[in-house]
Design a protein around this ligand. Structure first.
Ligand code: FES
Length: 519
C-alpha cells in the first residue's frame, strides 16, 4: 500500500511540512462535479483556485499530501527569465512566441503576488533581481545574444560586469522583477482559500485512470470513482497518457543543497549560470541559508546520484568558502520538453474535456501559475492569448527542438535494449536499505534488502511501457530511465506515468548474502 505521507523522494526538502494534509476533505462526492483535478501541487491548486473564482465546483485529488510531489521539492525560483534562454525560444517558437512566453511568465509572477496579497498568505513572497552569469568554459557571446533576445521579448534586462556574488562571476545579465517565496506556505494558503470557496481537496486518493465517457469518470484505487464534466491531469507528467506526450519531453532529476551563510553577505536575488546542466542559487530562511541546485541527469541514468550532492558541495565551497556545513540536501524531478515550453491545454486524446499540464522545463512554479489562468479560461470558454503556444498537440518545430526530440527518443530506445543483454547474474551483495537489479533467466528482478536484512523482490519491468528500472541510492527508489516513473523500495508507484506498482515476485525473504556493498 502506498504511504501517502511519503513525499516523492526520501530526502526532505527545506519546505517539508507535515501539516500539508490539514486542509483535506475525506469524502468523495457522489454527484457530478464541474471539474476534477488530479494533482494537488502548484498547477493543480492554481487551476482549482481560478475555477472556483469563476463559480465552478471543483474536487482536487492527490495520491499523497498537498505539495508532496515535485512542488515541495522545487527551490521556487519564480522567474520570467526562462531556463531555456530566449535566443533558443526564438529559434523554436519565433520572436512572437518568445514574446508571448515572456508575457505569460510575467503574468504568472503577478498572479502569484496578487493571490498571496488577496488571500493574506504568509509565504515570504518578495520581488528580487535575477542574475545569469557565465559558467566556466562558456563565453560572453552567449550572454550577449540572450540579452538581445530577452529585450526583444519585452523583459527588463541589462548586462553588468559581474553578478553581486563574492566570487569572480564575470559578466552577468540582470533581470528585473523576478521573485521568490516559500512554496509550501503558498500552497497551503491556496488550499485554505480553495476550501473556503467550497472546493474539496482529497488526499490519499490514488487515481488509476480516467474513463473517457460523457461525463468523464475518474477511477480510484479501491474501486471508487468520481464523475466530472472536465478533468485536469496536473501530475508533473500525465498519468493518463500511454505514449504521445512522453515522446515530447524527457524526465531529469535535479539536486539541491542548503548551506548556512552570514546574513547580508549575499544580496537576496536569484542566480544561475550558463552551464548545461546549470547551477542555480537563492537565499532562504532569514537570508542566512544558501540553496544551491544543479547536477541534473536523466532519471534512472546515474549509478551514483549521491555524488551529485558531493559535487554541488565542492562547487559551493569553492565559491563560498565561509559557508557552513550542509544542512539540507534533496532532489526533485523536472520534465524537459523538446521545445522548451510546458504543455498546458487539451489533452491530445479522444475527449475534448480532458486537460493536461506537464513539461515544467525547470520553471514549474510559473508554468503552474500560468496554467491556473490558461486552463480555467479554456474550461470557462474564454479566449486566452497563450493557448496555441502551450497547446499539448503543437508540432515540435525548429532544428534545435527536433534534435532534442530525436536525442531523447533514441535514449529511450537504447534503454529498451537492456532486455537483450546476455547472461545470468548472481545475486549481488546488497547492503541493507538498498537495492539492485539482477537477471533471473529472461526476467529482470528488482531486489531490495530492508534495514533488517529482509529481501523483497519485484519485477524490474516498469508497468508503463516495460523499461527496466534502476535503483536510486540517493532517494531509495526504483526509477525508470525511459519516462521517469518512480517506485518505492517495495515497488509501490510514487510518480507516473505508471499507474500500477511493480509486480511483486515474493513476500519477505531472508537475505541470501551478508550485508556488503551494493553493485
Ligand atoms: Fe515509461 Fe517506465 S515510465 S516505461
Amino acid at each position: 500500500m502506498y504511504d501517502p505521507t511519503r513525499m516523492s523522494g526520501e530526502s526532505l526538502p527545506l519546505w517539508y511540512n507535515q501539516g500539508a494534509s490539514e486542509h483535506t476533505s475525506p469524502s468523495l462526492p457522489t454527484h457530478l462535479v464541474d471539474v476534477a483535478i488530479i494533482g494537488a501541487g502548484m498547477a493543480g491548486l492554481s487551476i482549482a483556485y481560478h475555477l472556483l473564482r469563476a463559480g465552478k465546483s471543483v474536487v482536487v485529488l492527490d495520491k499523497g499530501n498537498i505539495g508532496s510531489g515535485e512542488t515541495g521539492r522545487t527551490t521556487a525560483h519564480i522567474a520570467n527569465a526562462l531556463d531555456d534562454h530566449f535566443f533558443m525560444l526564438e529559434r523554436m517558437h519565433g520572436e512572437e512566441g518568445a514574446r508571448l512566453a515572456a508575457a505569460s511568465h510575467t503574468a504568472a509572477i503577478a498572479s502569484i503576488e496578487s493571490i498571496a496579497n488577496a488571500e493574506d498568505i504568509a509565504c515570504a513572497f518578495s520581488r528580487v533581481d535575477g542574475f545569469l552569469f557565465l559558467h566556466a568554459g562558456t563565453d560572453r557571446h552567449e550572454l550577449e545574444q540572450e540579452l538581445a533576445a530577452a529585450q526583444r521579448a519585452g523583459l527588463e534586462v541589462d548586462l553588468l560586469p559581474h553578478a553581486p556574488v563574492p566570487f569572480l562571476s564575470g559578466p552577468a545579465l540582470r533581470f528585473r522583477n523576478q521573485a521568490q517565496f516559500h512554496p509550501m506556505a503558498y500552497l497551503l494558503g491556496l488550499a485554505k482559500a480553495i476550501t473556503r470557496m467550497g472546493g474539496k481537496i482529497i488526499t490519499g486518493a490514488h487515481v488509476t485512470g480516467v474513463q473517457e465517457d460523457t461525463p468523464l469518470r475518474v477511477q480510484l484505487e479501491g474501486g471508487e470513482s468520481l464523475v466530472a464534466g472536465s478533468v485536469v491531469v496536473a501530475t508533473n507528467t500525465p498519468i493518463i497518457d500511454r505514449f504521445a506526450m512522453h515522446t515530447k519531453q524527457a524526465p531529469y532529476r535535479s539536486y539541491v543543497i542548503g548551506v548556512p551563510v552570514l546574513k547580508g553577505s549575499i544580496p537576496r536575488a536569484l542566480y544561475w549560470d550558463t552551464g548545461d546542466p546549470y547551477h542555480y542559487l537563492r537565499l532562504a530562511g532569514d537570508d542566512d541559508l544558501l540553496l544551491v541546485g544543479g547536477e541534473d541527469h536523466k532519471v534512472g541514468q546515474d549509478s551514483s546520484p549521491e555524488d551529485c550532492w558531493a559535487r554541488l558541495e565542492d562547487w559551493t565551497m569553492e565559491r563560498f568558502p565561509t559557508a557552513g556545513a550542509v544542512q539540507f540536501r534533496w532532489s526533485g524531478q523536472v520534465q524537459e520538453p523538446a521545445d522548451g515550453l510546458a504543455f498546458i491545454g487539451k489533452n491530445p486524446g479522444l475527449n475534448p474535456h480532458v486537460y493536461i499540464v506537464t513539461g515544467d522545463s525547470g520553471n514549474g512554479i510559473t508554468h503552474g501559475a500560468l496554467a491556473g489562468v490558461l486552463i480555467s479560461d479554456l474550461i470557462c470558454d474564454r479566449s486566452n492569448p497563450w493557448k496555441d503556444l502551450y497547446d499539448p498537440s503543437r508540432k515540435i518545430l525548429g532544428r534545435e527542438a527536433a534534435r532534442e526530440f530525436v536525442k531523447e527518443n533514441v535514449n529511450v530506445a537504447l534503454h529498451y535494449g537492456q532486455w537483450l543483454l546476455p547472461g545470468d547474474r548472481a545475486l549481488p551483495q546488497i547492503e541493507p536499505g538498498h537495492g539492485a537489479v539482477l537477471r533471473r533467466g529472461m526476467r529482470r528482478v528488482a531486489v531490495y534488502v530492508d534495514d533488517d536484512g529482509q529481501r523483497h523482490e519485484c519485477s524490474a519491468k516498469c508497468p508503463h511501457l516495460g523499461c527496466i528500472v534502476a535503483w536510486n541510492r540517493a532517494e531509495r527508489s526504483w526509477d525508470c530511465p525511459c519516462h521517469g516513473s518512480r517506485f518505492d523500495p517495495y515497488g509501490h508507484v510514487l510518480t507516473g506515468p505508471a499507474q500500477r506498482d511493480l509486480g511483486r515476485l515474493d513476500q519477505e525473504q531472508p537475505a541470501l548474502d551478508p550485508p556488503a556493498s551494493a553493485e
